[in-house]
Design a protein. Structure first.
Length: 410
């Protein structure tokens, strides 16, 4: 089936330009179904790759012929691995069957690519094999055969058009045991002129300072395999510009940018930068990102919450004294607060949120003091929240009492 290409899918040289839609409508290239693409044989094909002591496995491939004249287009590529070379049932499909009857025979390596080269992180390959085989400790073989292929497609919103798979290449790897845990929910981060200190700093050191994490949603079932799902951010927003970055902080090519008008945001999957997101008028908004399909909704809220000049965190880590949290807004009203907490190995700290100098207004959560939770809807006078060992960015919203305890990137 043929389909007219969107103007935005074409890649042109810096010297080229697009004419208006009216002028260009009849000359748009036509998308065709590619018949083949080639995954090149890597240099390490005759070796046994030690996954525990390797970093990346590089791959290159040919661009599928998506137009009659093979014009360069913005295709998306994902890498898949299978121990059986069948590629019929993915790990995600198997996990969706709660009966456990569906058996996976392949997995998709995290990250997609927009050029004809990419890399598999060795630990991701190892994790994919564990997800497929469900090896227990002591069951991991010394050597494992796997087959690798690349799948190409054109993205139109959340739809995949004209998929085509490459040939598969057989590899030998030496896997290692790793305890299989549910994937941590995918997080996104706000940066902007009025976000945090307004400095737009993207390094890990500035999470909770210049870069503010969004919130996990209490009670939401995140995908156990991928960590995908909805995350949100509710606060008063000024009309200053901002953007939303993925977990790979500083990857501006794949963040959310302006959707072209106020209160809209568009996922930048490579391609040009359409500028900063902004809202109009200033006021209360709810931002929701679905990390599975990379969509973002910005909705105005008709609310008049209590405004606090300061919110504190307190707990066993500071002998229950008040410690100021960092406001998410540089200026104007603010209801989102951040704090970085490091909990020593083998320890669980207990925390609560409160107003300065008084316990008249405080928030806690859980069924018992010290119960570990990474998110929840805090309630007035609730139980002490447990925080496990590690370094965390603790986010709190005084509008709804929601908190998120997010593992800090290293």
């Amino acid at each position: 089936m043929k389909k007219a290409l969107l103007l935005g899918t074409l890649l042109v040289s810096a010297a080229g330009f697009f004419t208006s839609c009216e002028d260009d409508r009849d000359s748009n290239p036509t998308l065709i179904q590619p018949k083949e693409m080639t995954l090149n044989v890597p240099a390490y094909v005759n070796q046994t790759v030690d996954l525990q002591n390797s970093s990346t496995l590089n791959l290159t491939w040919s661009q599928p012929k998506y137009t009659t004249d093979n014009a360069p287009i913005n295709a998306t590529y994902e890498i898949q691995i299978s121990p059986t070379n069948s590629f019929t049932t993915s790990v995600a499909q198997a996990n969706a069957d709660e009966s456990g009857a569906t058996i996976a025979d392949y997995d998709v390596i995290p990250n997609t690519f927009q050029t004809c080269s990419g890399e598999m992180i060795a630990s991701d390959v190892n994790l994919s094999l564990i997800k497929i085989f469900k090896w227990a400790e002591g069951e991991v073989p010394a050597s494992q055969t796997l087959f690798v292929r690349v799948l190409a497609f054109i993205k139109e919103g959340t739809t995949r058009l004209n998929e085509v798979a490459s040939n598969s290449i057989e590899l030998k790897v030496a896997p290692y045991f790793r305890e299989l845990k549910d994937a941590e929910p995918i997080m996104w981060y706000l940066l902007g002129n009025n976000i945090g200190d307004g400095a737009w700093k993207t390094s890990n050191d500035f999470i909770g300072v210049s870069t503010m994490p969004m919130f996990l949603i209490p009670g939401y079932n995140y995908d156990k395999s991928t960590g995908e799902g909805d995350i949100q951010f509710i606060n008063w927003l000024s009309t200053d510009g901002f953007k939303i970055n993925p977990s790979n902080l500083g990857d501006w090519d794949h963040g959310f940018m302006s959707g072209g008008s106020a209160n809209t945001a568009e996922y930048r999957d490579g391609g040009g930068d359409k500028g900063n997101i902004w809202v109009d008028p200033a006021g209360y908004y709810k931002i929701v990102i679905n990390t599975a399909n990379n969509t973002c909704d910005i909705t105005p809220l008709d609310i008049t919450p209590t405004v606090y000049d300061q919110i504190c965190i307190t707990g066993s880590f500071c002998n229950w004294t008040d410690v100021n949290m960092t406001p998410a807004n540089k200026a104007g009203e603010n209801h989102v607060w951040a704090y970085e907490l490091t909990v020593p190995e083998g320890t669980v700290e207990q925390i609560k949120f409160k107003i300065p100098g008084s316990w008249d207004v405080n928030w806690g959560f859980g069924s018992a003091d010290g119960e570990v939770n990474v998110c929840g809807a805090g309630k007035g006078g609730g139980k002490n929240i447990g925080v496990a060992e590690g370094t965390w960015i603790i986010m709190f919203n005084d509008i709804d009492g929601n908190f998120s305890i997010i593992k800090k990137q290293q």
